[in-house]
Every structure is written in structure tokens, then in C-alpha cells.
Design a protein around this ligand. Structure first.
Ligand code: SAM
Length: 241
């Protein structure tokens, strides 16, 4: 656990790592408009509702902004452990003043901050849970369920792994057709890029395993609500009974 935590933190708590991530974020976000919007739509609120949601591993708030845009009465608690990402977030969130607050939270350590109490109306996460080892994913899903209000949802947008090499080959073929330079980039990564990539993929696991974690924890309505190649939106809600 320590090695995994350290290599992850080395990326997310390094000034150089964050500068590079932020410089390329806009381009990546262009391909995520639809899943960002869908995750917001999946939350069962109407435009008139006032509610607070928690975004775990919120980074600069890309997922939270989609929710805040769809529901003008919503406010967000953005949890992250990287002061660099939070600082970048305060720039990205200009225009959302009064509708969000950051709290420091290391998801791998798992000690929830006092600011996040029970009875949560919704919890989301995006592109972050895959950084956690499986036992932490499982424990996190349980901890979220304990803190959700009855009937409230947890939704996660994240990369998933293939459990069949033929599936992985099919995903890769599509990626390479869409981006003719992808294969060359894979083959010629600089050491720092390779380090980031290794960190990115080391805990990515199949969707079915994670749906099992959610069901095992006691969520209902568990499903993959969207999936394209190696990315999915999945989650469930706390039973009302
Ligand atoms: C790829 S970024 C995603 C940010 C944002 N959720 C999004 O969708 O753009 C991953 C984020 O997870 C955060 N993160 C990674 N490991 C974490 C941990 N153990 N505890 C809290 N945040 C973590 C990083 O600091 C970073 O902000």
C-alpha cells in the first residue's frame, strides 16, 4: 500500500506533474463532454432542487462543474489530497463562487474529514478511484454507502480494464484508428511519461469486479449506466428500506 500511495502522490503532488496535466486537460475534456453530462443527468434531481453533493478526487472540478451547470441550486464539496490540483481548481471554478468548497481528503488513507458527515444527498467521483488498490476501492464504496442518505446515489466515471485479451485488442484497435499517432506515442514514451502511465494503469481493474464491490457493499440499482471502450459510468444507490 505504501508504494502505491507514494507513486500516486508523486504524480498528483508534484508541481511539474500538475502543470503538464493542466496543459493537456482542455483537449482531453473535449472528448468527455457526453459522459460528463450523462453523469449529471443520472443524478435524480430536478433543475429547481437545492442539494449538496460530494466529488471525491475532484481535482479541478471537471465532473462537479457539469453537475453545477445542470442544477443551478446545487453546491459541491470537492475532496482531494493535492494542494496543486485544488489551487488549479480555484482558477477553473471562477464563476462558481459560493457554490463549492474544497476539503482535503486522502482517499487511500481512508480517514474521512470531519467536514463530510452522513446523510449525503449524492456522491460522485471521476477518473480517480482507479488510482486506489482494490481493497481501498472496496472499502471506499462501503464508506460512501454508510454516508449516503437513504435513496441517494453514488456514481463513478472511471477507466476499467479488459478481462479478455481479445477485448483489449479491440479497444486498442479503435483508439489507434481514431488517433494514428497513438501507437507511436505508446512506443516512445519519455521516462517521466512512462512513470505517469504506469501510475495511471496500475490499479485499473475490470468493471464486473467493481460492480461486485458495489453489490457486495449493499448498494441497489447497481449498473454500468454508460460504457465506451475502456471507460464507464457505474454506481448505485443506498436502499431506502
Ligand atoms: C485524473 S485527476 C481527475 C480529476 C477530476 N475528478 C476530473 O474528473 O477531472 C485525478 C485526481 O484524483 C486525485 N487523487 C488521486 N489519488 C488520490 C487520493 N489518494 N486521495 C485524494 N485524491 C486523490 C488527484 O489529486 C487528482 O486531482
Amino acid at each position: 500500500m505504501a508504494d502505491s500511495a507514494e507513486s500516486n502522490a508523486a504524480v498528483w503532488k508534484s508541481d511539474a506533474g500538475i502543470v503538464q496535466w493542466v496543459a493537456t486537460a482542455e483537449e482531453r475534456e473535449r472528448g468527455r463532454v457526453w459522459p460528463r453530462r450523462l453523469l449529471a443527468e443520472l443524478l435524480p434531481f430536478s433543475e429547481a432542487d437545492a442539494f449538496e453533493f460530494v466529488d471525491l478526487g475532484a481535482g479541478t472540478g471537471a465532473a462537479a462543474r457539469a453537475v453545477l451547470d445542470r442544477y443551478p441550486g446545487a453546491t459541491a464539496v470537492l475532496a482531494d489530497y493535492s494542494s496543486q490540483m485544488m489551487e488549479e481548481g480555484s482558477r477553473a471554478l471562477v464563476g462558481y463562487d459560493g457554490r463549492y468548497r474544497y476539503v482535503e481528503f486522502d482517499l487511500e488513507a481512508g480517514r474521512w474529514p470531519a467536514e463530510i458527515t452522513g446523510g449525503l444527498q449524492a456522491v460522485i467521483s471521476s477518473l480517480c478511484v482507479h488510482h486506489l488498490p482494490d481493497e481501498r476501492k472496496q472499502a471506499l464504496f462501503e464508506q460512501i454507502l454508510e454516508r449516503l442518505a437513504p435513496g441517494a446515489w453514488y456514481l463513478n466515471y472511471d477507466p476499467v480494464a479488459a478481462d479478455d485479451p481479445a477485448v483489449e485488442a479491440a479497444w486498442r484497435r479503435v483508439v489507434d484508428e481514431r488517433d494514428p499517432e497513438a501507437a507511436a506515442r505508446r512506443a516512445h514514451r519519455e521516462p517521466a511519461e512512462q512513470e505517469r502511465w504506469d501510475n495511471h494503469v496500475r490499479h485499473i481493474v475490470p468493471l464486473a469486479l467493481q460492480l461486485g464491490f458495489l453489490r457486495g457493499a449493499g448498494y441497489e440499482g447497481v449498473d454500468a449506466y454508460w460504457k465506451e471502450l475502456d471507460h464507464a459510468i457505474f454506481g448505485g444507490r443506498r436502499p431506502t428500506g
